[in-house]
Design a protein around this ligand. Structure first.
Ligand code: GLA
Length: 452
């Protein structure tokens, strides 16, 4: 290597460069001070959220079981802690719109509706914490919330952040109704700063991108990752398969923009899980769970945990689907194929060199037998152990072996694929004879195997 001594002119540009570097470093530090640094939600948050299922039902007189009241949130907390949800990671109990009184208190603070929340929000937070759960709350950075309750305009951001911290709230969803783009540009970062300044780690969910079309150049995903823990990119989910499909299509059509935005502490949010409600079949519920896991999406159920069917419960409590969703690397998965047959294939890289595959049928006729090989799905040479997430069957597959999956209409087959490993041949010798032709599959023209 030639040592090149800088001339006087070069020296000047060198020191200019250094100044620039110092300046850049200093401004990076500056930005870092204002970036969201609350350490929470290193994996997608999980829990329960009131909105999709219970909306703005405030008629406690006629509908005491379902109205937005402290009883509803305590009921859900009881179910989460007693029916096996909490242990699986479902720990947030999130209040959405319509919780507050129409008036701020004498000191200008938001207050809960006194009839429906006689104990106040702080008591509810304690109820959650006593059970190893967390409490989330909702606000809106415009003049009003979407449901018409008092908003958190720019001048109210600090006081509201402090109020939530005083109540010991653990998560805050900041909606965007009745605000404009200029206000949002100020308000969302300001709230991030205000939440940080309280010193309480509060997960921060921003609806900002959903109000700006969800895509660059209007949406700056780098900035969102710096100020929010999760963000709603797109419209509200409804209790229908149409709505779920519409969301799936938007997220995967825009995957090249969305995937780089996600990672530990910062997640794209395609909205709540509606499995357990009225609009989805069991196949469709599995499809939602599988694709939300592929997307590294927050898992907030919005259903009635008091009456959820055992079928829906077993889908929402599927350990492998949850562990795929919660993978520590936090890399959002992608759609890798859309076939003419209307089968789509999704893939997500996971830690330990593993991965997840989802075969999704957009057909509406009958179960479709989709034939492929792992190598066609970009897997490198080797043998892979496959675990079928919903049937719990395991098998070993070579990259070159043709296989068939039978995918039901509007349903999925989901696989956890372990890292390729060398097969231990000794395992298959018994009494001097090779056992189990399943592993001895050198003939690439074999009949495809069928996995149902
Ligand atoms: C908006 C949000 C929903 C919900 C409602 C409440 O529509 O996107 O998730 O919070 O407001 O009014």
């Amino acid at each position: 290597m030639l040592l090149h001594l800088p001339s006087a002119g070069q020296n000047r540009s060198l020191s200019l460069g250094m100044h620039l570097a110092v300046l850049l470093f200093a401004s990076a530090l500056f930005v870092a001070t204002f970036a969201l640094d609350n350490g929470v939600m290193r994996t997608p948050p999980m829990g329960w959220l009131a909105w999709e299922r219970f909306r703005c039902d405030i008629d406690c007189e006629h509908d005491p079981k379902n109205c937005i009241s402290e009883n509803l949130f305590m009921d859900m907390a009881d179910r989460l802690s007693e029916d096996g949800w909490r242990e699986l990671g479902y720990v947030y109990v999130n209040i959405d719109d319509c919780w507050s009184s129409m008036k701020r208190d004498a000191k200008g603070r938001l207050q809960a509706d006194p009839k429906r929340f006689p104990g106040g929000i702080q008591k509810l937070a304690r109820y959650m914490h006593d059970r190893g759960l967390k409490l989330g709350i909702y606000g809106d950075m415009g003049t009003h919330t979407c449901g018409g309750y008092p908003g958190t305009t720019l001048d109210k951001i600090e006081i509201d952040a402090q109020t939530f911290a005083d109540w010991e709230v653990d998560m805050f969803k900041f909606d965007g109704c009745y605000s404009n783009a200029t206000e949002q540009e100020k308000g969302y970062p300001l709230m991030s700063k205000a939440l940080n300044a309280t010193g309480r780690p509060i997960g921060y969910s921003c609806s900002w991108p959903a109000y700006q079309g969800g895509l660059p150049p209007k949406v700056n995903y780098t900035q969102l990752g710096e100020i929010c823990n999760l963000w709603r990119n797109y419209g509200d989910i409804q209790d229908s398969w149409d709505s779920v499909l519409n969301i799936i299509d938007w997220f995967f059509e825009n995957q090249d923009v969305l995937i780089p935005a996600a990672g530990p502490g910062q997640w794209n949010d395609p909205d709540m899980l509606i499995a357990g409600d009225f609009g989805l079949s069991m196949e469709q519920s599995r499809a939602q769970m599988a694709l939300w896991a592929i997307m590294a999406a927050p898992l907030f159920m919005s259903n009635d945990l008091r009456t959820v069917s055992s079928g829906a419960r077993s889908i929402l409590q599927n350990k492998m689907a949850i562990s795929i969703n919660q993978d520590a690397m936090g890399i959002q998965g992608r759609r890798i194929l859309t076939e003419k047959s209307q089968i789509q294939v999704f893939w997500r890289p996971l830690s330990k060199n593993a991965s997840a595959l989802v075969f999704f049928s957009r057909r509406t006729d009958m179960p479709y037998r989709y034939q492929t090989t792992l190598s066609k799905l970009n897997y490198t040479t080797g043998s892979y152990e496959i675990y079928d997430v919903f049937t719990e069957k395991t098998m070993v597959l070579k990259d070159s072996t043709s296989f068939v999956v039978s995918v039901n209409p509007t349903g999925v087959v989901m696989w956890y694929v372990s890292a390729p490993g060398k097969l231990n041949r000794r395992l298959f010798y018994k009494g001097g004879r090779l056992q189990g032709s399943e592993y001895d599959d050198d003939d690439e023209n074999n009949f495809p195997r069928v996995f149902l």
